[in-house]
Write a protein that binds this ligand. Sequence first.
Ligand SMILES: Nc1ncnc2c1ncn2[C@@H]1O[C@H](COP(=O)(O)OP(=O)(O)OP(=O)(O)O)[C@@H](O)[C@H]1O
Length: 299
Amino acid sequence: MIDCQNLMKIYKIDDDHEVIALQGLDLKVEQGEMMGIIGSSGSGKSTLLNMLGGLDRPTAGKLTVGGKDLLRLSDKDLVKYKLETVGFVWQNNARNLIPYLTAVENVELPMLIKGRHKRERAKELLEMVGMGHRLNNKLSSLSGGEQQRVAIAISLANNPKLVLADEPTGSVDVKTADIILDVFRNLNRELGVTIVIVTHDTQLTRKMDRVVAIRDGKTSSEILRKSYYIKNSEDESSDDGVEEDTHVELAVLDSARRIQVPESYLEAIGISETNKVRMELEDGKIVIVNPNEIKSKVV
Ligand SMILES: Nc1ncnc2c1ncn2[C@@H]1O[C@H](COP(=O)(O)OP(=O)(O)OP(=O)(O)O)[C@@H](O)[C@H]1O
């Protein structure tokens, strides 16, 4: 569904200054995946989402979504892409919703822009996000969590293949965040829509198939959810058991086979002032060592 290779985004501030927001980012997302993107402030999460959503163009690299090459799409095709292929959910509801319209009118609006009017489909989508009982309420009379659920229904109005959500739980409490994540999860399962959620909240990773961590505009690691089955009985033929989830974090090699070493790991081995480490192959493992430690051992 999504294929980013060596993606670069450079913002030009003025003649002398520029910001490299994405520096050779690699990412592949399968059709039907629900995945998260985490990273500290300024790491490039929103920039990536804007590129995926066709809201801004990459400076260089490769970016295809649903077979469309976003670096080569004409302006006209980009407008069509934004309307038909992707749906957006923003943290700030003022960007998602029109407060003086009802819930159902808000969901109908993107359909009208595309030239269709389907009240039944709008109702169906609101029912899917658990807002069937509030169809005719004005947005201003709904709670933050309810508004966010309407925003999710809006993002699906034109049957997109991909939904992009930027901090969709950033303005709600933990319990509401959990409900919103469940809504995304159900839609992902029922409609098969691919969902990419940007978040600061590492707790939300529990509900994702996969979480990619971005550091300094590059993919640095991936956390994968693995389900395994624990049997309650010694009897091999018994089906009696429970499914448990576990998470494994993997470092990502970029296209030039480089990896980023987490700052906390470097600190733990006392690497702060130097930019050199010693790397050794030991019993089939790659070991990174503080060069000073080696010297003191040798002496
Ligand atoms: N329109 C822009 N013009 C100039 N610089 C920008 C622009 N948008 C983002 N940047 C810079 O690019 C870098 C990445 O920003 P981005 O907003 O993608 O990070 P983020 O991970 O989403 O951060 P946050 O979690 O705080 O939203 C930052 O240094 C930011 O200041």
